[in-house]
Design a protein around this ligand. Structure first.
Ligand SMILES: Cc1cc2nc3c(=O)[nH]c(=O)nc-3n(C[C@H](O)[C@H](O)[C@H](O)COP(=O)(O)O)c2cc1C
Length: 317
């Protein structure tokens, strides 16, 4: 099998992994609006995959063929579970494996996982090696930040570059900064220079605060990253990855029809396995930019999915 990272166009555009957002349902909706070059799953706990709660955890790995290429993102503590998870991911037909070494959530960090690995390079290295051993030929990437309390681009990204990964996605903030300051794209540019000076083949993907393909292309120009990952921008415009059909040109009718499609797919796919509150987060993606949008959003928030679809159908007719 060919390495997906090597097959991507240059530059490439990736939809960021987002917990309770980028599941199979939303990825299918994004495909229908405009497909990014690559998708990632929500972060999935390898220790949970081999626990009594496995049935719920593995649902995060549901996908349909149209979402390919798709990389499975994992996190956890125990290298042996990374090894087993990597084997499982290979058998399921994913395009690659990504390890989360950037999540700043307190409960995750307290466990010593994700961004806490920046302070525990020996465990980080063990995890990478265990995952590589289970992954065989499947490519391995890491998504991370530029430091914990302080910016440590050279030290931390330098360490990751020594691990000969296929790609590193860099969210240009420290853990301490959460999302409170603008992303440091200059540090992402430094990581590209570091990669070049170390003569590594690892691709560098920049991430943070990008709202459009145009902005992404500007960052490619200034930093020479190989690709750009976009997360929250998709809430402003689900058509963001479409090269021809930008969100501000999408009509009210199209937006309403797309929301009906989204609600219908979510309810038929997940039934009561996912909370309706998760679905409500998406209403603002579509119900915006036309007169009466704010009132309609407030009205929909009070309705069940079935009632919301009925209201939207009445408007779309
Ligand atoms: C709701 C939400 C959930 C997220 N879940 C994940 C996740 O599961 N894995 C991950 O690596 N990053 C996760 N992130 C971080 C994003 O992937 C991304 O790095 C961050 O939002 C910055 O990019 P942006 O400014 O384009 O949104 C999440 C972010 C948000 C807003």
């Amino acid at each position: 099998m060919q390495n997906i990272w090597q097959l991507l166009p240059r530059p490439f555009f990736v939809l960021a992994p987002m917990e309770d957002v980028t599941d199979t349902v939303f990825r299918q909706i994004v495909v229908s609006c405009g497909k990014p070059d690559l998708f990632l799953t929500e972060f999935t706990n390898v220790d949970g995959l081999f626990s009594a709660g496995r049935d719920m955890v593995i649902k995060r790995f549901d996908f349909s063929k149209k979402e390919l290429p798709l990389v499975a993102q994992i996190w956890g503590i125990y290298p042996e579970n990374y090894f087993k998870a990597a084997k499982l991911i290979v058998s399921m037909g994913f395009s690659g494996i990504d390890i989360n070494m950037g999540c700043p959530e307190r409960k995750v960090v307290k466990m010593g996982a994700c961004s806490a690995l920046m302070n525990n390079k020996s465990l980080a290295k063990e995890i990478i090696q265990a995952t590589k051993a289970g992954a065989g030929n499947l490519p391995l990437s890491i998504k991370t930040r530029i430091g914990l309390a302080e910016i440590q681009t050279e030290n931390w990204i330098g360490f990751l570059l020594e691990q000969d990964l296929d790609a590193i996605t860099i969210h240009g903030r420290t853990v301490k900064e959460m999302s409170e300051v603008p992303a440091h794209w200059d540090e992402i540019g430094k990581a590209v220079s570091l990669r070049n000076s170390m003569q590594k083949k690892t691709l560098i993907v920049g991430n943070g605060d990008i709202l459009s393909r145009k902005e992404a292309s500007e960052k490619v120009e200034t930093t020479s990253v190989d690709g750009v990952m976009i997360g929250r921008g998709i809430f402003h415009d689900p058509w963001l990855f479409n090269t021809k059909h930008f969100g501000d040109l999408v009509s009210k009718e199209e937006k309403i029809t797309k929301l009906i499609e989204h609600i219908s797919l979510f309810t038929s796919y997940w039934g009561d396995k996912k909370r309706h509150a998760i679905l409500k987060k998406f209403y603002k993606c579509y119900i915006n930019g036309f007169s009466g949008a704010s009132e309609l959003r407030s009205e929909l928030m009070l309705k069940t999915p079935l009632e919301a679809v009925a209201t939207l159908r009445a408007i779309a007719q």
